[in-house]
Each structure stands twice: as structure tokens, then as C-alpha cells.
Design a protein around this ligand. Structure first.
Ligand code: AGP
Length: 614
């Protein structure tokens, strides 16, 4: 959560900081601030509560703030309410150290007490002010350089952070440190940049360094030097970002979410193409580094993730168990990490994450690795912490996803599971060669079928108009349809603020059906042939209690016309892959409901795109 940018070089810093922050607003958007230095003058700190545009107005898009070196921050409040006072940058009282921070300093109360005893006072409720003043304390007490003062602080604090600091005595320089929160450093001609995520600097440079955990760096013009905690210089390789800058822009769409919904055929196609040779129609696991022998020796699979990535894992569980006959357990990373999971030789832990920075998922990955278990990450962001720490990586090729509500990343994650499932099934001879070919052929049809659903989205707009006035909406399904309902329900509540629950249809009569009343909206997904009649019975049950039922099923399956209130049809596909199609109407419904309620689709309240704190 929170976005950090920084710039030092020949250009005016503030407009670059503001532009960079605008690309990171998805990470947090309750307040923002910048600190900019004009040569060796003291830094000027400007902050504003609310969206970044408030700060942009205050500073004339940064034009009104002179200086060539600065840091900026867009905040998602953890410690202290969203306010101008709590907004970053924070400073030591004499402006000796000024800084921005992403993450949480867990030990901030004890540090604060210690610093109060040393004569420090605190103006804000943030953990960040404590961190800045702690650095200031060591810097002054031991008269040490910035790197030594930061290192001394880092070994004494607990928590996660990406921090950028400016020291009054070091004009034109920015110092950064990182532990578990994302940060990259970009380099241009005589200039350098810092950012929490790639889109913030894509307009200026594609040459980046990835700073590792427990490392620091000093930026001065185009010079970047990395240090470990002992203060030794660490050599790093410059990497090139291959993302297209346009991919991180709205490109004519009203919101990132609808743009990203429309990018799904391309994202799915690219992800399939990364593993499937379209001539031979065979899946090749070479690029993710898993051998056939390893696949044969897998005893159990644990899929661990959060939110929508977890829901993708639930779809993956059904398909992998069916194709490869390997027991799969799907678990929320926040539960897995603390329950002392029993992992055995022959287990494979698959972590799933769009950002590759989700704190709980990263911790779960580390837990598995600490037990010597092989790990595979299905991850979207190249070079992210999860991608770097997992033994094997399957990159989904969704491209940059900006809207807080994930769509294209989820779609590529489920496709990643299909490919693994089919290949694992073939290798373990749990599916025949003929079935394998049929499955690969079906997977290859997904992008065009998604496209055809997107071409026909008016119906979803009409339905959204009806649903937008509701207080509670239920999603019902069985098997893979239930897995999709979990995602549909999360999508809806996340951006429409309508209470919603997803239920395995067979569970309904064990309690929840008491909530069904005249007019209660129920969205039922029915794509699984073997479960169709069972689901129909559940629909009839809610219908007879007065529910307003909207069904999602295949074209050609018209038996529910007349029973339910609204039907949405999707193209026919092998049932195993139906989630890729049935989720599209659910995403569109959420989007249009949010729009109809006049909400901020891309930046829903209380949320941030990347959850780097637990
Ligand atoms: C879904 O729309 C979410 N915004 C959220 O549930 C997300 O999927 C979750 O936080 C996991 O994020 P990750 O994929 O970046 O790990």
C-alpha cells in the first residue's frame, strides 16, 4: 500500500513526482505529499488530504515548486487517520531528515518511547515519523553518514518498509532502503528515479535496478550505489522493462477496470502462448523450469493466495484434481502462514499473486521454502518479491493492471491453472492423449469466446441498472460455478459496496436460504453439465421464496427461460474451462453497478491495489 516516487537530476522534480504519483494512486489515495529541494536550500514540503488532484492544484501540477531533487508519496492510511498532518513526507524537527515510507513499522511504539526519553517530540500519529526521527537520532548521535545511520536503524526496527530519505547536508541526493515493500530504481542520463511500481517511471526510463531486501541505495544524478547492511557496496545488474507505456494508460476508456476487462482476450492469449506451441498444440513447461520427473513425483499441491488470486486457486483446484488426480488444497495465505502447515516431501506449493508483493502470500511462500518444499509462483509482475523468491515462476502475461478490482490478472491466473492441469494430467497419464489434445484445443478457443461476450455487454448494463438499487445480492453455483461465484461476489462488493455472498448452491438450505425474501436478487451460474439439474433445483427453491433470479449459462441451454427473471448466455466450452467465460458477465455487472451508483470504480474506498501489509 502507498506509493513512493523520487527524482534527482537536471529536470524540475515536482512535475515528475506528481506524474509518477498519478500512476501509483491505485496503491493508496487518501492523501499525498512531496518534498523538493532547490540546490542546497532546505526542502519544501507540500501535502494535501484527499486525492492527488488536490496536491496537483495546490502546486500547479508541480510547476510552482522549484528544485531538482525530491520525493513524493500517495498514502493508504495504516497508522493515523487520513489527514494533511499524517500525510507524507515526514521530517525531523530541524528538517535534517525528510522521508516517505511504504509499509508498517511494527516496533514504532517502543521506538517512539525511546526517542521521547531522548528529547524527541512527535506531531503525527504515524509510524513513519518515528522511523524518520530514529534515523535522525543515529545520524546526529554518532555523526555518521546517511548510509550508516539508515543501516543502524534498519537492524533495530521490526516491520516492512520501502523508504526514501533526503538529508539536509546532502543536497541532490536521495537515500533509499527496502525490506519487503516493493521499490525499483530507474536510471536515465544524469538522472535517477525511485518508484514503488514500474508505471510511475515508464515515461522517463526503462532501465531499472531491483533493490533487494535489507539493502540501501544512494542516488545522486545518474549515479546509483547499492549497499548492504554492513555498508559494503553491492553490485547490481541493470534490467530493461519491456512493458509498453501505453499499457499503463486508460487508452480512451472511462476507467482502467473496463479497459482491463477488454484486454482479457489479449492477456489470455499471451499467457496461453507463453506455454503452448500453437503449431504442435502442445504445452511446454520448460519456461517455468518444472521437469516431467518432478511432475510425476508430486504427492499433493497446496495453492496459497489472497482475494481473487485465491479464487483463481479454487477454480484451479477443481481442474487440477480432475485432470491430474493430485490432491489439491487451496488456502488463504493469511491462514496458511500462521497455522503451522504440515508440508511433506513431494508437496508442491503454488502461490498466486498479481502484484507479487502481497505480504501474506510472500510470507506463505517463505514458510514453504523454510520447510524445504518446492514452490511455484503464478505471478504477473516481473521482478516482484514473490517472483524473485519462488523456486519456479509462471508469469501470467496480463500486463500492468491498475484498477484495484482485478479482472485480467484473475483471468490469466485461471488459464495458467488449466495449462498446468492439462500438462500434469498428460505427464501422469491421468488423461489420454486424445483428451489432452481436446483440452488444449478448447483452451485455445477461450480468447475468441471472451471477445464475443464482451461484444454483447448491453444486457449486463440493463441488469446492472436493476441490481444497483439493491442492498444484498447472492451468488449461487456448484463446483467450478461456485468458484466463479466467489469471484463475482468479491468483485461486486469491492466496487459497488453492496453486500453480497457467494454460496455453494447445495449449502443454501443449511441456513442462508432464510435470507431469501421477495425480490432478493440471486445470480446463479450454471455451466457444469453434471451438476445442472441439482443447481436448477436450488434455483427453483429460491425462486419459490420470491427471489429475483438472474442466470448465467451456455447458449443452447434454454430450459430455465420462464423460470428465472433474466438469463445471460455465454458460448459453449468444455465445462472445465467455463470459469473463463462465466466470470466475464459477473465482472461487467460489477463494473456497471458501480458506475450506476456513481462510485469510484478504479479506486474503491478503503482499498489499495497492492496489499503489502498484513
Ligand atoms: C480483487 O479484485 C482484489 N483487489 C484483491 O482481492 C486481490 O486479488 C488480492 O489482494 C491479492 O492480490 P495479489 O494478486 O496482488 O496478490
Amino acid at each position: 500500500m502507498c506509493g513512493i516516487v523520487g527524482y534527482t537530476g537536471p529536470k524540475q522534480a515536482a512535475p515528475i513526482l506528481l506524474e509518477g504519483l498519478s500512476k501509483l494512486e491505485y496503491r493508496g489515495y487518501d492523501s499525498a505529499g512531496i518534498a523538493v529541494r532547490d540546490k542546497d536550500k532546505e526542502p519544501v514540503i507540500l501535502k494535501a488530504k484527499g486525492r492527488l488532484k488536490m496536491l496537483a492544484e495546490k502546486t500547479n501540477n508541480g510547476e510552482a515548486v522549484p528544485g531538482n531533487c525530491g520525493i513524493g508519496h500517495t498514502r493508504w492510511a495504516t497508522h493515523g487517520e487520513p489527514s494533511e498532518l499524517n500525510a507524507h513526507p515526514h521530517k525531523s524537527d530541524d528538517l535534517c531528515v525528510v522521508g516517505v515510507h511504504n509499509g508498517i513499522i511494527e516496533s514504532y511504539i517502543e521506538i517512539k518511547e525511546k526517542l521521547i526519553r531522548k528529547g524527541y517530540s512527535f506531531q503525527t500519529q504515524t509510524d513513519t515519523e518515528t522511523l524518520i526521527k530514529y534515523v535522525d537520532y543515529y545520524y546526529k548521535k554518532y555523526k555518521m553518514g546517511p548510509i550508516d545511520a539508515i543501516a543502524k536503524t534498519m537492524v533495530r526496527i521490526r516491520g516492512s518498509y520501502a523508504v526514501a530519505l533526503m538529508f539536509k547536508d546532502y543536497p541532490g541526493e536521495i537515500y533509499v532502503a527496502r525490506k519487503e515493500s516493493p521499490m525499483i530504481i530507474g536510471v536515465g542520463e544524469d538522472e535517477s528515479y525511485i518508484a514503488s511500481d514500474v508505471p510511475a517511471i515508464l515515461n522517463y526510463t526503462r532501465q531499472v535496478y531491483y533493490i533487494d531486501n535489507m539493502e540501501m541505495a544512494r542516488l545522486s544524478g545518474g549515479e546509483v550505489t547499492f549497499y548492504n547492511l554492513n555498508g559494503d557496496v553491492v553490485e547490481k545488474e541493470l534490467k530493461e522493462i519491456t512493458w509498453d507505456a501505453e499499457a499503463a494508460e486508460k487508452g480512451g476508456y472511462e476507467h482502467f477496470m473496463i479497459k482491463e476487462i477488454h484486454e482479457q482476450p489479449r492477456a489470455i492469449k499471451d499467457t496461453i502462448g507463453s506455454l503452448v506451441n500453437t503449431d504442435t498444440k502442445r504445452i511446454n513447461l520448460e519456461s517455468i523450469g518444472i521437469t516431467e520427473d518432478e511432475v510425476k513425483n508430486i504427492n499433493r499441491i497446496h495453492v496459497v493466495a489472497c482475494g481473487s488470486a485465491y479464487h483463481a486457486g479454487v477454480v484451479g483446484q477443481y481442474v487440477m484434481e480432475d485432470f491430474a488426480r493430485i490432491p489439491v488444497r487451496v488456502e488463504l495465505a493469511s491462514e496458511f502462514r500462521y497455522r503451522k502447515p504440515i508440508l511433506c516431501k513431494g508437496d508442491l506449493v503454488i502461490v498466486v499473486s498479481q502484484s507479487g508483493e502481497t505480504a501474506d502470500t510472500l510470507a506463505a511462500l517463505r514458510e514453504a521454502k523454510s520447510q524445504g518444499i518446492k514452490t511455484l509462483a503464478i505471478v504477473n509482475v516481473v521482478g516482484s518479491s514473490i517472483a524473485r523468491e519462488a523456486d519456479n515462476v509462471f508469469y501470467t502475461l496480463a500486463g500492468p493492471e491498475i484498477a484495484v478490482a482485478t479482472t485480467k490478472a484473475y483471468s490469466t491466473q485461471i488459464v495458467a491453472f488449466y495449462l498446468l492441469a492439462a500438462e500434469f494430467g498428460r505427464i501422469r497419464t491421468e488423461i489420454t492423449e486424445l483428451q489432452y489434445q481436446a483440452y488444449v484445443n478448447e483452451i485455445l478457443t477461450i480468447p475468441a469466446k471472451v471477445e464475443s461476450i464482451l461484444d454483447d455487454k448491453e444486457q449486463m448494463q440493463r441488469l446492472a441498472a436493476i441490481l444497483s438499487a439493491q442492498d444484498d445480492i447472492f451468488f449461487l453455483g456448484r463446483g467450478i460455478d461456485y468458484a466463479v461465484c466467489l469471484e463475482g461476489s468479491l468483485k461486486l462488493k469491492e466496487i459497488s459496496y453492496i453486500h453480497s455472498e457467494a454460496y455453494a448452491a447445495g449449502e443454501l438450505k443449511h441456513g442462508t436460504i432464510s435470507l431469501i425474501d421477495k425480490g432478493t436478487p440471486v445470480i446463479a451460474v450454471l455451466t457444469q453439465n453434471s451438476l445442472y439439474e441439482k443447481s436448477v433445483s436450488n434455483i427453483v427453491e429460491v425462486k419459490s421464496r420470491g427471489a429475483y433470479v438472474c442466470g448465467v449459462t451456455y447458449y443452447g441451454s434454454y430450459s430455465l427461460e420462464g423460470t428465472v427473471d433474466q438469463m445471460t448466455y455465454i458460448p459453449k466450452i468444455d465445462d472445465h474451462f467455463a470459469a473463463s467465460l462465466s466470470v466475464i458477465p459477473l465482472q461487467l455487472i460489477s463494473y456497471y453497478v458501480s458506475l450506476a451508483r456513481g462510485l469510484d470504480v478504479d479506486k474503491p474506498r478503503n482499498l489499495a491495489k497492492s496489499v503489502t501489509v498484513e
